[in-house]
Design a protein around this ligand. Structure first.
Ligand code: THU
Length: 190
């Protein structure tokens, strides 16, 4: 994918398995350069090899939950299966899948379903979203899901993976720049 192709979202990092490529250099996923700036457990990201290894492990767990959720997707119409898993700043993981309907617009995306479920369990701040799809290449979240997610976590880090292990990273603020936010609702006149 061309790096400056404005017609497409620009991935921060591409990775295969646990190895990620950051600006041409291969490194481990979650290894620092890809920090989304979101708060970690205990307040802030830690440095060091141990912390990086813990983040690798955590990322893998979130990705696995998204892949498992994808296998439960109800998508008989599009046959496009999606799983999404959100890692909360409290360490919780909440996953969901897309659920389609014979009345097509009544269907829901995996990402918004995961978000709604996390909110319902009291988790409102997130460190990572993993998306798993049945596509051949990793896909970004749809526009409506970007808007829904940005309400809670503008700098959310997103990992999108395929069944075969291909993956791409995105940052939500890059996927949806100049987003309409709660502050946009400010009714005071200028
Ligand atoms: N879908 C998602 O679950 N998430 C996205 O970000 C894009 C699309 C679902 C909706 C529908 O069930 C199927 O994928 C095809 O669009």
């Amino acid at each position: 994918m061309a790096r400056h192709d404005v017609s497409r979202p620009r991935p921060l990092i591409s990775f295969y398995g646990d190895l990620v490529k950051v600006a041409g250099k291969t490194t481990r996923i979650g290894g620092g350069a890809d920090s989304a700036g979101t708060e970690g457990r205990g307040g802030g990201r830690q440095g060091g090899a141990k912390a990086a290894a813990e983040r690798d492990h955590e990322t893998q767990a979130v990705r696995d939950r998204a892949l498992a959720a994808m296998d439960r997707a109800y998508a008989p119409y599009s046959k496009f299966y999606v799983g999404a898993a959100l890692l909360g700043t409290d360490g919780s993981i909440t996953e969901a899948c897309n659920v389609e309907n014979a009345a097509f617009p009544a269907g829901t995306c995996a990402e918004r379903a995961a978000l709604a479920s996390a909110i319902a369990r009291g988790v409102r701040t997130f460190r990572l979203l993993a998306i798993a799809t049945s596509a051949g290449e990793p896909t970004p979240p749809c526009g409506m899901c970007r808007q829904a997610l940005i309400e809670f976590c503008p700098e959310l880090e997103i990992v999108s993976v395929t069944r075969s292990g291909k993956g791409t990273r995105f940052r939500l603020s890059e996927l949806l720049p100049n987003a309409f936010s709660p502050r946009s609702l400010d009714r005071s006149t200028d």
